[in-house]
Design a protein around this ligand. Structure first.
Ligand SMILES: [Zn+2]
Length: 476
C-alpha cells in the first residue's frame, strides 16, 4: 500500500495535514512544471515583484513622458541603422523576458554620448550610449548590458523605487505638490521630468543583483553566452581602477559579489553552455559606424541635467481618462499624466511640472485633488467656510506672495454645496499664476480641487478645468 493510500484509509482528521498540504503543493508545482518549457528552468531563481504603488500601465505612461523629455534633451546618434540594430537585438531579448503578461511598448535609442552608460525607463524606453557599443568587445557584451536594463523594466524597479520614496514622505500632500517648498514638490518634479539622478533610475544594490540574475537568464535563453554579463562589468571595473568610474555605476551601484552571483545562476541554468553566440558581423559593422559618428560635447556639467522644457504644454486632449479613488471619481484629459500620492492625486500635461525659482518643483499647469482633515461636520453652519479659510491660511504661510483675488462664492459640485475661490501666486513657469480652488466638506474631510495655470494662459485651460470639475462624482 502506498503511503498516500494509507493516509486515505485513515479518518480524515488524522491525516498528517502539514505534509498533505505540502504534497498537494508539490503536485501543483509538478503540473506547472509540465506547462513551463523548459522544465529544467524550474531550478532557476524566481522573482517576486516588489511592492509598487503604480500599475504597469502607469509605468508606460510615466516612462513615455520622461522618454519624450530625454529625447528632447539628449543628443541622438541620428543613425537609423544603429537604432534598427538595437531594436532588433532588444526585441530578441524581450522575447525571453518574463514580464508577467504585460506588453510594454519597447523602444530602443542610440545616444551620441561617449560616456559608458545605458538606461531603461519604466514601460520599456531603452537608451544606449554610443560609449557602451564602442567599449563592448562583442555582441554578447552589448546584449548583456541591454538584458540587465530590460530586467529593470520587467521587475518594475523604477516605480518600485518611486513607491519607496513616496512612502517615506507619507503625509506630504497638496501643499508641497502644488506650491513647492518641500519634498513633495521635488518628488513630483523628479517623476515628471528626466534627470540623471531621477528617482526612477536610482536603483538599490539588491535591485542590481536581481537585474543581473534575470539578465543572465535572458541571455541564456536567447542563446547568448551568459558569461558576457559578468565579463563586461568586470572589464568596466578593471578599467576604472583608480580613475573616475563609468557613469553606469552611478545609476547602477555595483552590487557585492556580482560576478559570483552571475556564475551561480549559470550553474542553476545547467552550467556553462557549450555553443553560445558571442559575436556577429552585424555588430562589428554597427560598432564601426558608431565609431565614425561625430563627437557631441556635453552641454552641461552633469551632462544629463534637465533644462526647462521650452514652450507651453501641448493642448489638452478632448478625450478623457478616468481616475477612481475610494471617495470620488474624476475624469482628466487622456494626454495628461496622473501622479497619485498618499493623500492627493494630481493630473498634469507633459511639461506641466516645472522647477520653481527656489529650485523646488511645482505644478505650473494641471489639477490637484486633495483631502485634508477638517473641523466641523458637513452641513453644520459655516463649517465649509471655516475649513476653506483655514486651508487658504495654511497655503499662504508657505507662499507669502499668494493672494485671494476673488472671495469665496457658492457653487455645487456633483450636487454638494461647495465654495469657489480664486487665488494668485508666483508661477513656476515665470510670471503670475491663477489658482482656482474648489472646496467641499465631506464625511472624510475637506475635499479641495485646485486648477492651476499661468494667468496669461489661464483662459486656454478654463474649459478643460470646467469639464474636469463637472466629471467629479462623490461616493455615496
Ligand atoms: Zn542596473
Amino acid at each position: 500500500m502506498s503511503t498516500r493510500e494509507k493516509w486515505q484509509n485513515q479518518p480524515i482528521d488524522r491525516r498528517p495535514k502539514m505534509l498533505w498540504s505540502f504534497l498537494r503543493a508539490a503536485s501543483v508545482a509538478a503540473t506547472l512544471c509540465l506547462l513551463l518549457i523548459p522544465c529544467a528552468g524550474a531550478r532557476r531563481t524566481q522573482f517576486k515583484p516588489g511592492w509598487n504603488f503604480y500599475s504597469p500601465q502607469d509605468d508606460i505612461t510615466l516612462g513615455r513622458q520622461v522618454a519624450a523629455d530625454a529625447e528632447r534633451q539628449l543628443p541622438s546618434c541620428n543613425a537609423p541603422r544603429v537604432d534598427a540594430y538595437l531594436t532588433e537585438l532588444g526585441r530578441k531579448l524581450v522575447a525571453k523576458l518574463p514580464t508577467g503578461g504585460v506588453e510594454y511598448p519597447w523602444e530602443f535609442h542610440c545616444l551620441n554620448d561617449k560616456e559608458i552608460n545605458a538606461f531603461a525607463l519604466p514601460g520599456g524606453y531603452v537608451f544606449v550610449n554610443r560609449g557602451v557599443i564602442e567599449v563592448s568587445d562583442n555582441e554578447a557584451q552589448l546584449a548583456a548590458v541591454m538584458a540587465h536594463e530590460l530586467s529593470h523594466v520587467a521587475l518594475r524597479h523604477g516605480t518600485a523605487e518611486a513607491t519607496k520614496a513616496q512612502f517615506a514622505q507619507a503625509g506630504v500632500g497638496i501643499l508641497g505638490a502644488l506650491f513647492g517648498g518641500n519634498a513633495g514638490g521635488a518628488l513630483l518634479t523628479e517623476l515628471g521630468r528626466f534627470s540623471a539622478g531621477g528617482v526612477l533610475m536610482r536603483y538599490s544594490r539588491s535591485a542590481e543583483t536581481q537585474a543581473d540574475v534575470m539578465g543572465t537568464q535572458v541571455l541564456y535563453d536567447a542563446g547568448y553566452d551568459p558569461r558576457a554579463l559578468a565579463q563586461f562589468f568586470e572589464k568596466l571595473e578593471a578599467e576604472s581602477k583608480g580613475k573616475n568610474p563609468p557613469e553606469f555605476f552611478s545609476d547602477h551601484p555595483n552590487p557585492e559579489h556580482r560576478i559570483e552571483r552571475v556564475d551561480e545562476e549559470i550553474q542553476k541554468l545547467g552550467g556553462e553552455p557549450g555553443k553560445m553566440k558571442r559575436d556577429s558581423l552585424e555588430f562589428e559593422a554597427i560598432k564601426r559606424e558608431v565609431r565614425a559618428l561625430p563627437v557631441v560635447k556635453r552641454t552641461t556639467a552633469a551632462g544629463r541635467e534637465a533644462p526647462r522644457r521650452e514652450g507651453p504644454p501641448p493642448v489638452p486632449s478632448p478625450n478623457f481618462a478616468e481616475y477612481n479613488s475610494s471617495g470620488f471619481t474624476i475624469h482628466y484629459p487622456d494626454n495628461w499624466t496622473k501622479y497619485a500620492e498618499k493623500e492627493s492625486v494630481s493630473f498634469a500635461p507633459d511639461g506641466g511640472v516645472l522647477e520653481g525659482s527656489d529650485g523646488q518643483g511645482g505644478l505650473a499647469y494641471g489639477v490637484i485633488v486633495n483631502v485634508t482633515k477638517a473641523q466641523g461636520k458637513p452641513g453644520a453652519a459655516n463649517s465649509l467656510e471655516k475649513a476653506t479659510q483655514d486651508l487658504i491660511k495654511t497655503l499662504q504661510k508657505d507662499n507669502p506672495k499668494m493672494k485671494v483675488t476673488r472671495q469665496p462664492g457658492h457653487l455645487r459640485l456633483n450636487g454638494e454645496a461647495g465654495l469657489s475661490t480664486y487665488l494668485s501666486n508666483e508661477s513656476p513657469a515665470g510670471g503670475e499664476e491663477t489658482d482656482w480652488l474648489i472646496t467641499v466638506l465631506r464625511p472624510e474631510g475637506l475635499v479641495s480641487l485646485v486648477c492651476v495655470a499661468p494667468t496669461k494662459d489661464y483662459e486656454k485651460y478654463d474649459k478643460t478645468f470646467a469639464a474636469i470639475l463637472d466629471s467629479v462624482r462623490f461616493s455615496k
